[in-house]
Design a protein around this ligand. Structure first.
Ligand code: NAD
Length: 231
């Protein structure tokens, strides 16, 4: 398993033009999370919820990976066995930059999923066809996104990946949704890269803290990881 885990959140995609949750003026100020991203909203607010994710797919089609995604893809290309990429993001910018085996903890925007049997269908950046049902079991289809209050089966894989991790890198995550400090505490090396301090993160448990844009921090991060892997 990989010695280095690159764990990311919305901040790494911000410079590609995708809003984070907590930036002022961002997308999430215009929508209430409870109405389009919380367990149950597909039953009482189905059409608005589906339309919201249709719009997110259309937006995703219009953006491209940034230097941070690309530099991490190159790092993984050089050390395919040693670098694992785990993200809370539902966008496909890591994949488009060339990253392999990206673990998406909260789902994948370009997929829809059967509510009954969980089979997934790739729909790219298109709108979800409201007339389609699951061809495997006839169940209703929904965006393949983990809403707040729903179980996140991929968290188990995160825990497994962390068992072998010796060097943890966090990029663009406030720690409000997934807390990583307890993993960082067990590491000999760890880097935290955000724009600013977060109340949900104890920066003192990280061996290096970089408060700057991911595209500006990524060269130093890659250099540190390469130095560690060359030892
Ligand atoms: P968050 O919005 O809570 O925090 C974003 C963090 O990124 C902040 O700490 C901020 O300082 C930092 N940041 C902002 N711009 C940055 C930049 N250019 N470079 C480096 N850091 C930057 O996001 P989160 O911690 O990922 O948690 C919220 C949830 O948001 C996740 O579950 C995720 O699924 C979801 N989300 C995903 C996307 C996406 O797929 N692109 C977009 C919005 C929200």
């Amino acid at each position: 398993m990989a010695k280095v885990v690159i764990f990311s959140g919305a901040g790494i995609s911000a410079e590609s033009g995708l809003s984070t949750f907590r930036d002022t003026g961002g997308l999430w100020e215009k929508y209430r999370i409870e109405e389009i991203c919380t367990a149950g909203c597909l039953s009482w607010n189905r059409e608005n919820t589906l339309s919201f994710y249709d719009a997110r797919r259309a937006q995703l089609a219009s953006v491209t990976p940034n230097r941070a995604h690309e530099a991490i893809a190159k790092l993984q290309e050089h050390y395919p066995k040693d670098v694992a990429i785990i993200t809370q993001n539902v966008d496909d910018l890591f994949e488009r930059a060339g990253c392999k085996n990206v673990l998406h903890l909260h789902g994948f925007l370009s997929n829809i999923r059967c509510e009954k049997c969980s089979f997934t269908y790739a729909i790219g950046y298109t709108k979800q066809n409201r007339d389609l049902i699951c061809s495997a079991c006839g169940g209703n289809l929904r965006p393949d996104i983990v809403f707040f209050g729903e179980s996140a089966p991929m968290y188990e894989h995160l825990c497994v990946a962390m068992e072998d991790c010796e060097f943890l890198v966090i990029i663009g995550s406030s720690g409000n949704v997934v807390a990583m400090d307890h993993f960082a505490r067990q590491m000999k090396y760890s880097i935290l890269n955000n724009l600013e301090r977060s109340d949900a993160i104890n920066e003192y448990v990280y061996t290096k803290v970089l408060y700057k844009k991911a595209t500006e921090a990524v060269d130093e991060i890659v250099a540190d990881v390469e130095q560690f892997l060359r030892k």
